[in-house]
Design a protein around this ligand. Structure first.
Ligand code: SF4
Length: 298
């Protein structure tokens, strides 16, 4: 393997693969309700980055439904995915996380959020679970360019990302940083700069994925007006491989492609060939003698 992938890491640590239980925790997002913005990030669809979740009901019901048909010796990640899962008073956060942790087969609590919704109180709460199970936080960062952040209406600047990383480190909470390649107006140098910024905060993991246009988003409007052109498949393959080569060698890669539900995908259509794209990235890395960290420098 030319990079550290999540399944290899989990297999080594837990002796088996872990299945994700994706949970809609009933949160909203400060970039939608007006606290820091309206309308959300330009690429974000109605379900707030939880487009794969088909479950309904309370958190407990969602988790129970997922576990009902699961093997008794299975191991699971409870993943709070939709919207901003640390955006509520700490008492409510505790209630909702506890509602998911109802079975000993759940080994990891994963919480997706925005860097500007990480503070001391939230970190303290998350750290309080560490004696029972593993916890990781997923930070939607996408880019280190403040100009792009404004362009995509992300609603916070990169200084807040560095602040969140510092708080999480202080409380011993591992975090995974989401990076998007092919964002509007970005060129290769922007992606490489984002990787350098992410390396500097020493995350536990990274998710790399291509920017895709989903139905009902502002990015779709830009795309239809001809103001945004998605990255071409071969450019994504090359850029993704070059980013992996520049990542710290100890980071765990949780994802290297996008994964948009077919019924919501507007463009690029190559996005549906997830396995083919992964194979192309591996091929490119092999042909160019790249592996994770081979182009990393402090
Ligand atoms: S922060 Fe996340 S949930 Fe909120 S608008 Fe952006 S992508 Fe969507």
């Amino acid at each position: 393997m030319r990079y550290n992938n999540l399944s290899g890491y989990l297999r080594k640590k837990y002796g088996t693969r872990l299945s994700k239980i994706c949970i809609d925790g009933g949160f909203t997002c400060p970039n939608r309700d007006g606290r820091c913005g309206f309308g959300g990030c330009s690429f974000c669809a109605e379900r707030g980055a939880g487009e794969h979740i088909n479950q309904s009901g309370s958190i407990r019901e969602q988790v129970s439904a997922a576990l009902t048909t699961a093997p008794t010796d299975g191991k699971f990640i409870a993943y709070f995915q939709n919207f901003t899962n640390t955006y509520a008073p700490v008492s409510i956060l505790r209630e909702r996380y506890d509602a998911a942790l109802i079975d000993e087969r759940i080994k990891i609590l994963a919480v997706g959020t925005r860097p500007d919704c990480i503070d001391e109180e939230v970190a303290q709460l998350l750290a309080s679970y560490l004696d029972r199970l593993d916890v990781w936080v997923e930070l939607g960062f996408q880019t280190a360019s403040d100009a792009t952040a404004i362009r995509i209406n992300r609603g916070y600047l990169k200084a807040q990302f560095f602040r969140a990383a510092e708080i999480l480190h202080r409380y011993g909470i591992p975090f995974v940083v989401h990076i998007m390649l092919g964002l509007p107006c970005e060129v290769e140098a922007d992606a490489i700069a984002t990787v350098a910024a992410v390396n500097s905060v020493r995350p536990f993991g990274v998710k790399l994925h291509s920017t895709y246009v989903m139905r009902g988003t502002r990015l779709e409007e830009e795309y239809l007006r001809g103001e945004y052109t998605p990255i071409a498949r071969e450019d994504y393959v090359r850029l993704c491989a070059e980013c992996i080569a520049r990542l710290r060698p100890d980071i765990i890669l949780h994802r290297i492609t996008g994964d948009c539900p077919r019924d919501l995908l507007v463009a690029p259509l190559w996005n549906t060939d997830k396995n083919g794209v992964i194979a192309d990235i591996n091929k490119y890395m092999k042909e160019n003698r790249l592996c994770q960290g081979s182009r990393f420098s402090e």
